[in-house]
Design a protein around this ligand. Structure first.
Ligand code: KG4
Ligand code: ZN
Length: 336
């Protein structure tokens, strides 16, 4: 079954053709440079660029594998969660395409597709497993019992870890998206140069909190600048990265123990983080089975949407022309 998949939930417009776990074609138009001028994603600009790009990207996705629209068996689209105006561009385009081709329309949840990015990189990977979904908007520990059966075991109470990286990097003068630059700088820094308190979360011990940590970092930077003390950006980046990755893995491993699942998967933009990847890889020597997406599938892309769409289709999750975009939606229950 060849699925044409569309992604427009944030600042990347993407189209792909996927057959099972095989990517026949995957193309992407990144808007990073344009948003970098404003230090973050400007939703109105994102929607406009999606509208500008979506038709030619879809044509390119088909052309790359010498396909035409007649070869497509279904159309999949990210419909939630994300920036509402951005999502609407993809959803309306996909609806029009599915209607005119008289093919099924498959709505896909963004976080489910981030997890499915792992199926593209690991053909043998099957649920059940635990997923750490870490992006600019989410930090979730998810129990994946089956391809369309999810349970959130822990999540952030405030900022997402990607947002925490982006904001602290910005305070050090790095461009958007800061997480990428902070990770690079951290490679040459001393992770023990600065220490920050690990936040305590009452209630569910698997939940995260990054906002207090982010504020502590920003206060350290401001205090130093007021006193005219120069902070070594590489050391600060390495210290931030180590603290954040420690917090993520501490809860991820606690969830693994609590639920007796040692198959661990990471997903989302922050799964590109080099330290997180190294620490996860090291766990494979300690009895864990670990999986991470190829770097090209960590950030937003349409191939991962196509990968999840097959399982949504098999579960009967097919939409009609009333499909709408939704800004927030839990991963457990897709509602369209
Ligand atoms: O999944 P994604 O592309 O978009 C969302 O759905 O949010 O994630 C983007 C986030 C940004 O916060 C970005 O800074 C972060 O992923 N990110 C990284 C790295 N690459 C991207 N964070 C840390 N280290 C990286 N190498
Ligand atoms: Zn994403």
């Amino acid at each position: 079954m060849k699925i044409l998949a569309i992604e427009s939930s944030c600042d990347d417009t993407a189209a792909a053709v996927v057959e099972g776990r095989k990517v026949l074609s995957s193309v992407l138009a990144s808007q990073t440079e344009e948003h970098a001028k404003y230090g973050g994603v400007v939703p109105e600009i994102a929607s406009r660029r999606h509208s500008d790009n979506i038709v030619c990207l879809t044509e390119a996705a088909l052309k790359n594998d010498d396909l035409t629209l007649n070869d497509i068996d279904a159309v999949a689209v990210t419909f939630a969660p994300g920036l509402i105006g951005a999502l609407l561009v993809g959803v309306n385009f996909a609806k029009g395409l599915a209607k005119s081709l008289e093919k099924p329309l498959i709505p896909v949840h963004h976080l489910r597709s981030h997890i499915a990015a792992n199926y593209l990189s690991h053909q043998e990977l099957k649920p059940p497993f635990l997923a750490l979904v870490v992006s600019g908007g989410h930090s979730h520990i998810v129990k994946v019992s089956d391809y369309t059966s999810f349970e959130v075991l822990g999540q952030t109470r405030d900022d997402a870890v990607g947002e925490c990286f982006d904001k602290t990097a910005r305070a050090m003068g790095m461009p958007y998206p800061g997480g990428v630059y902070l990770d690079k700088a951290a490679e040459e820094g001393d992770p023990n140069a600065f220490s920050f308190p690990h936040p305590k979360v009452s209630g569910n011990a698997l939940d995260f909190s990054f906002s207090g940590f982010k504020t502590a970092v920003i206060n350290t930077l401001h205090n130093a600048s007021q006193k005219g003390v120069e902070i070594n950006t590489k050391d600060m980046s390495a210290s931030i990265r180590r603290a954040a990755v420690d917090m993520l893995l501490k809860n991820f491993l606690a969830a693994s123990k609590e639920h007796n699942i040692n198959k661990l998967v990471i997903a989302g933009g922050v799964s590109a983080n080099l330290l997180l990847r190294r620490k996860l890889t090291a766990l494979s020597d300690k009895g864990y089975e670990v999986y991470m997406p190829d770097l090209k599938y960590c950030g937003d892309n349409a191939a991962m949407v196509g990968a999840q769409a097959l399982y949504e289709f098999e579960a009967g999750n097919i939409a009609d022309m009333s499909l709408n975009a939704v800004a927030t939606m839990p991963i457990e229950k897709v509602d369209f």
